[in-house]
Every structure is written in C-alpha cells, then in structure tokens.
Design a protein around this ligand. Structure first.
Ligand code: PMP
Ligand code: GLN
Length: 390
C-alpha cells in the first residue's frame, strides 16, 4: 500500500497469478505429469525450427521488424486464409502480426471498447478474455455453455444483448470444452450481430485442431466481413507455443484500430520467428492432416484412459483439451481435486471453475491436455486408473 491504496489498480483486482503458471509450477514442484497448461512436450517440424535459425543467422528480423509484421509473414497469412477458407485478405492493410493471440486479444479489446461497454463471451472463457475486457474498463457478460454438449443457447444469447453491448467474443474451437460451433450456430450468431449491429471478435487459435465437423470462420458469412476481427496464432498449429507469433485478419478499418493499440503494447516482436512462421503456414496439406490425425489418436487414448479411471468424459470435437466431470468419482470441487491430484495420482490438471464467473457452474469440471507424447499420456492414464478405478 502506498498513499493508503492497493498497488494493483481495481480493474485487475482479483486476477492474481494465471492458473496455467500456478499449475505448471505445481507439476514441476511435485514431479507430476503436466496435463495442465496447454503446450506440446515435443517441438514442431524440424525444418521450421531450422528456418528460425537461418533467419537469425542471416540477420532477418534481428532488428525491429515493421510494425504490422514482416511482409513475408503477412503474405503467408493472407495465402493461408485463401487456401483454407477461400477468404481474400490484403496482406498490406488487412493483416496484422501480433505477439501471440494473447496480444491480439488485448489490443483488440483496448482498441474497440469504451468503459461501460458490454462484451458477451462464452463461459467458461479463456482467462485472458476477462482480464483484457477489465483492462479496457468494459463489462463481461457470460453466456454459460452447459454440459454435456457445451453448445450455446442462442435464445439466451439474444436475451443478453442490450444497448450497451459492443461486441461478441467467440472462441471456436472452444477452450476448455472442445466445442466447435456448427454452421447453423454460426449463421444464427452472425444474424444477431447484423441485426444488433455488433462487432464480433473470434479467437480461432485451434482452427486446425478439429476432429469432428469443420472449422468455419464466421467472417465468411453475409454481413460479417466488415464487423469481424479474426484472431489466430502459430503456437497451437505448429507446436511452437514459446515463439508467440499470432495475427489478426480483418477489414482495413478494424486492423487500423487494433494496430493503434498494438503499437503501444509491444510495437513489434519475434522478428526471426516471423520468417519461420511464414514458412510453416506454407507447409503442405499433409502436415495439417498429420497433426490432426496424431492429435485425434491422442484424444482417443486419453479419453479412454479417463473414462476407465471413472471420470465422465466430454469428448472434444476440437482443441487439445478434454473436459471431464469428477462427480462419478465422488468428488464435486474441481479446484481442491486439482490441488490434491499430484499427491493422489502424480498428474496435474486444470480446474475449469477458474474460467467461470459463476464458479458453482464450473465446479465439477476438470480439464486435461492431450498435446503430449503417447507414452506420457499412457502413463498418466495408468496413474489415474490406479488412483481412482475400483
Ligand atoms: N486463445 C485461446 C483460446 C488459447 O487457448 C490460447 C492459449 N494458447 C491463446 C488464445 C493464446 O495464444 P498465444 O499463445 O498465441 O498467445
Ligand atoms: N492456452 C494455454 C492453455 O489453455 C495456456 C497459455 C498460457 O499459459 N497463457 O492451457
């Protein structure tokens, strides 16, 4: 306390340390298998790692790259949107490179929101959404996704729209539930956005990790191009979460607004990695298909293991997370369950309650990440079976 008031401003009051940092530290301290924070335990393609080394050696990106991102990467992002979704984006005016999707989310919220604006977001929400909405002085309005399908109730969505609603913050495929919005849901959400003249921000970092159904960008729908900010990142698609290369694609007007905030957050980042990610985005279809097939097999392995241990498993259609219900184990509080899990089973997981405003709605759910080596997942499954199956 200085001048009699807390050091942390009231907008960030209560945010504390992220659950990911806390749980990864717990895994290290207890020597447990870390199925908490979502990062792969093997790096992405060797040739992409080499591309980063080459860029460093050749002096590409070792000094400040251009504010919007290096032209090679902006071109590759534009090609990627065309190749996978048939969506044209001008690499010079409609693409912005950011320090991971995290900075893209922060810059977008800071750029588009006034204090008092309302943001409707699916609950459970990825933890940085709440913090970024708060930093912008806006108010989050949760739309709770309920088990077992975790699909949004679209009548409830309509009922949450008020004259203060500025934007809808979507996340598909959805972390932590693995829900992937269907074509019908996207059409209905887009129609609401048009009817009420709302902005839509869509976090699509798991766009290539879809096992059932198809990922569809909402920006492709009628009336959406001029009101949608699409966010993605190289972290999940190429298994280099530490490089922190993300991007925004949107109309030139929206990109200009987001860039206004972004330039004062990091200005720019990750110079040499931007060249490597440009190469990664151009990998052949076989790379993307291989990643999906590998993760699908891992999803099935860990889902089977968790079910055998007695958890209720909500098999995810996308992402690399499985949400479970611990009530069949005779437990009801995910937070205390996750704190005791290292000791009971030598495994770390994430209590979904941290992603809820309505803590009681999230209490019995626990998330496990399956972006780990097969033998690690098999070991974790065996530990959980021994600890819980009778
Ligand atoms: N959005 C979601 C839904 C996430 O799960 C994550 C975590 N990877 C991010 C954004 C942050 O992505 P990045 O690491 O690229 O900042
Ligand atoms: N997105 C990752 C997850 O959900 C964590 C990223 C982070 O630690 N900020 O596990």
């Amino acid at each position: 306390m200085t001048q009699g008031r807390p050091l942390l401003n009231r907008r960030l009051d209560g945010f504390g340390t992220t659950i990911f940092a806390e749980m990864s530290a717990l895994a290290v301290r207890t020597g447990s298998i870390n199925l908490g924070q979502g990062f792969p335990d093997t790096d992405g393609p060797e040739e992409i790692r080499e591309a980063a080394v080459r860029a460093l050696r050749e002096g590409k990106g070792n000094q400040y790259p251009p504010g919007p991102g290096v032209p090679e990467l902006r071109a590759a992002i534009s090609e990627h949107q065309q190749r996978f979704y048939d969506l044209p984006f001008d690499p010079d005016t409609e693409v912005l490179v950011t320090a991971g999707a995290t900075e893209a989310i922060a810059a977008t919220m800071l750029a588009l929101l006034e204090p008092g604006d309302e943001v409707i977001a699916f609950e459970p929400f990825y933890d940085s959404y709440a913090a970024c909405i708060a930093m912008a002085g806006a108010k989050r309005v949760p739309l709770t996704l309920r088990a077992p399908s975790f699909r949004p109730d679209l009548d409830e969505l309509r009922s949450k729209i008020t004259p203060q609603t500025r934007l809808l913050l979507l996340n598909t495929p959805h972390n932590p539930t693995g829900m992937v919005l269907s074509a019908e849901e996207l059409n209905a959400i887009a129609a609401l956005a048009v009817e009420y003249d709302l902005l839509v921000v869509t976090d699509e970092v798991y766009e290539h990790l879809v096992f059932e159904g198809t990922h569809r960008p909402i920006t492709a729908l009628p009336g959406m191009r001029e009101r949608t900010v699409s966010i993605s990142s190289a972290g999940k698609t190429f298994s280099f979460t530490g490089w922190k290369v993300g991007w925004v694609t949107a109309s030139a007007e929206l990109v200009t607004a987001v860039r206004s905030a972004k330039q004062f957050l990091t200005y720019v980042s990750a110079g040499p990695f931007q060249y490597a990610v440009a190469e990664a985005l151009r990998l052949p279809d076989s790379y993307y298909e291989g990643l999906r097939a590998e993760l699908r097999a891992k999803r099935d392995l860990l889902s089977g293991g968790l079910a055998a241990a007695g958890f209720e498993v909500y098999r995810p259609a996308g992402t690399y997370f499985i949400t479970t219900d611990i009530r069949p184990l005779g437990e009801s509080d995910g937070a205390s369950f996750c704190r005791s899990l290292p000791q009971r089973a030598g495994v770390v997981a994430i209590p979904n309650a941290v992603f809820y405003d309505h803590k009681e709605a999230g209490a019995p759910y626990v998330r496990f990440a399956f972006c780990k080596r097969t033998e690690v997942l098999a070991d974790a499954a065996e530990r959980l079976r021994k600890a819980f199956a009778h």
